[in-house]
Design a protein around this ligand. Structure first.
Ligand code: GCU
Length: 608
């Protein structure tokens, strides 16, 4: 019998080595030999965090040795234990999967849920073992066989722990304290417009790698140079000075790289004419990296993306980004996406709309989504959840944002589909915000200078003019902003074409959001809010109004599918759904879906 309090109290008395910090993300980790821990995990709902604090609210595992968590011990029970908690007799949740959409009483739950998974491992000498989490929202404390491994903050980015020497050959158990409480100083902050899905929402597995392994690599075309491959390979382990062979057979590339004493080698080599990746030609090459002790295979596309004046150049040719915004949610499930099927459904709807581009809002999406975008030929705007009223003057908040941006770029640097790194959305103009966001923009460029850096900027209005002079625009490659003429302001859709845009910057304009709610199946005239006809008229007039912007080079209207939000409560039309989707929560395409498709068909002809 495992008792929460007894187990933790026992831990406290044990002098166990300090918690292991997170290890740097392993590139393409799912390509390794992995033991999946997906499936049913026992769970205990713990709103008062009894599993973490004693009755004096002293944290069990803040002791000097950093202990904590669960100790699977059958020792006789001491008198202090609680007998109210017992994993063996607790219910189960599916992992991956948020708890809100799996358990009705947890639909709006915000707080701690403890998860436990028992599993068998086959541990070999000379190998290293990495415990990997695709995402846990929001703060997680992770324990293996009763020893604390460490913690993670951030609800959407992957993280991992090196558990070599802690993973047992045979029976093991992993415990996760997942807490989705919203807090002002976090990233995102306390207010958002999406459902606060909590829990282990993406894959969990253990990867086996050699003692010295290929930890990271980047192989992309150099900034604006279609004839040069640039990047690096990074080893981790004891034997760091090795020869690593980079092999791209179909591109006629086979080169030996010598890693230095830190295990790093730079890639910089001329390459003959490649078949460049594009939405029309989503060409991916088989790429392998082999060292003395390791090898890893990937499928990578090669393309250039640049801005020139008010044009966006993909492989040197001006392109219009025919996009749509997407949340990481399956509307049919009412929950976070869980599998390739969910992800493919969303991207297929985008392709049916004749999109060549998607905005994966407002946070890092599943890595599989980016691999599908590579294969299906969709360019991507990837984003960190620096959203709305962040604590701009809090150093820990900035570090958190920078950590999430680093995770976003490090994990997906080899995905040709990603053309934009977005550092945030609709953040109110102020000096502290400008400082915070300017630092993030610099950080993005220092990590990857081959892609564009952007954010959804602020817009203000004066009479019939929408003015875009957000000082952050100076630091970015695109002028991107959200505007809701015809919904939040400007009267009925029929009147919005009178508005003009006064844009301070001579850069490509990509509208990151416009739209309005429509309840699928509710039909009325074009001036009746919530009807499909109103949304249809709004899209038609938005397209006419935005067409006046000569530097317009793309858009990602808000949003592909209806999505859940605690803010959206109209009892007839919303019922906790934001209805700006062009597809309903039953997969029905609304009238406006076809307005956008028709516009994209025309634009495609113009940009042939
Ligand atoms: C904002 C925000 C979205 C939100 C949308 C809306 O611009 O960026 O996250 O859902 O507007 O109001 O529906």
């Amino acid at each position: 019998m495992r008792k929460l309090h007894y187990i933790l109290f026992t831990i406290l008395l044990l002098s166990i080595k300090g918690a292991v910090a997170q290890t740097a993300l392993i590139q393409n980790i799912q390509a390794r030999k992995i033991l999946s821990l997906n499936g049913r995990w026992n769970y205990i709902v713990d709103p008062y965090e009894n599993g973490y604090y004693d009755y004096r609210h002293e944290a069990f595992d803040q002791s000097a040795s950093g202990t904590g968590g669960f100790y699977d011990d059958k020792k006789p029970k001491d008198k202090g234990e609680l007998i109210e908690y017992d994993f063996d007799y607790s219910p189960t949740l599916n992992v991956p999967g948020d708890w809100n959409s799996q358990v009705e009483k947890l639909e709006m739950y915000e707080g701690t849920v403890w998860y436990r998974r028992k599993f068998k491992a086959d541990v070999k000498a000379g190998k290293r073992y990495i415990l990997y989490f695709g995402a846990v929202n929001y703060e997680s404390h992770v324990y293996l066989n009763g020893k604390k491994l460490g913690t993670h903050k951030g609800g959407f980015n992957s993280f991992q722990f090196d558990v070599t020497g802690k993973l047992k050959d045979g029976e093991n158990f992993v415990v996760v304290k997942a807490d989705n409480s919203r807090k002002q100083d976090e990233i995102p902050t306390i207010n958002t417009d999406w459902w606060n899905y909590g829990g282990i929402t993406r894959d969990v597995f253990i990867a086996e790698v050699p003692d010295t392994y290929i930890a990271d690599y980047k192989v992309q075309l150099a900034k604006g140079d279609a004839a040069h491959l640039e990047g690096y390979v990074q080893l981790d382990g004891k034997d760091l000075s090795q020869t690593v062979t980079l092999n791209i057979p179909e591109a006629g590339v086979k080169i030996k790289l010598k890693t230095d004493g830190n295990g790093r080698a730079l890639i910089n080599l001329p390459v003959k004419k490649l078949s460049y990746w594009s939405p029309e030609n989503p060409k991916l090459y088989n790429v392998t990296l082999s060292s003395a002790s390791d090898n890893v295979a990937d499928r990578i596309g090669f393309r250039t993306i640049q801005v020139k004046g008010t044009d966006i150049l993909l492989n040197g040719k001006s392109v219009f980004l025919r996009g749509i915004s997407i949340h990481d949610e399956n509307p049919l499930l009412k929950g976070r996406n869980r599998s390739t099927g969910d992800l493919k459904m969303l991207l297929t709807w985008a392709k049916e709309m004749n999109c060549n581009y998607v905005r994966l809002a407002h946070y890092q999406h599943n890595e599989e989504m980016l691999r599908l975008a590579d294969e299906m030929g969709l360019m991507v705007w990837a984003e960190v959840p620096v959203y709305w009223t962040i604590s701009w003057e809090n150093a820990a908040t900035y570090q958190n944002a920078e950590n999430q941006l680093t995770g976003l770029i490090t994990r997906d640097a080899n995905r040709a589909s990603i053309v934009v790194w977005s550092i945030g959305n609709e953040t109110p103009v102020s000096e502290p915000r400008l400082k915070f966001m300017s630092s993030l923009a610099s950080k993005a460029r220092s990590l990857d200078n081959t892609r564009l850096v952007a954010a959804a900027l602020e817009v203000h209005r004066k009479g019939n003019e929408a003015i875009v002079d957000d000082p952050l625009g100076e630091k970015l490659d695109l002028v991107s902003f959200n505007e809701y003429a015809g919904w939040y302001w400007g009267g009925d859709p029929s009147g919005i074409t009178k508005y003009n845009f006064n844009i301070k910057y001579n850069k490509p304009v990509v509208i990151t959001e416009f739209g309005g709610d429509a309840l699928a199946g509710y039909h009325a005239d074009a001036n009746t809010r919530w009807s499909e006809e109103y949304q249809e008229a709004l899209y038609k007039n938005q397209i006419a109004m935005l067409g006046k912007i000569t530097a317009l080079r793309g858009m990602t209207p808000w949003i592909l599918a209806d999505f859940r939000s605690p803010r959206r409560q109209h009892p007839v039309y919303q019922n906790f759904w934001n209805r700006k989707g062009l597809v309903s929560e039953t997969g029905k395409k609304k009238l406006a879906f076809y307005v956008l498709k028709n516009f994209y068909d025309q634009v495609q002809l113009k940009y042939k």
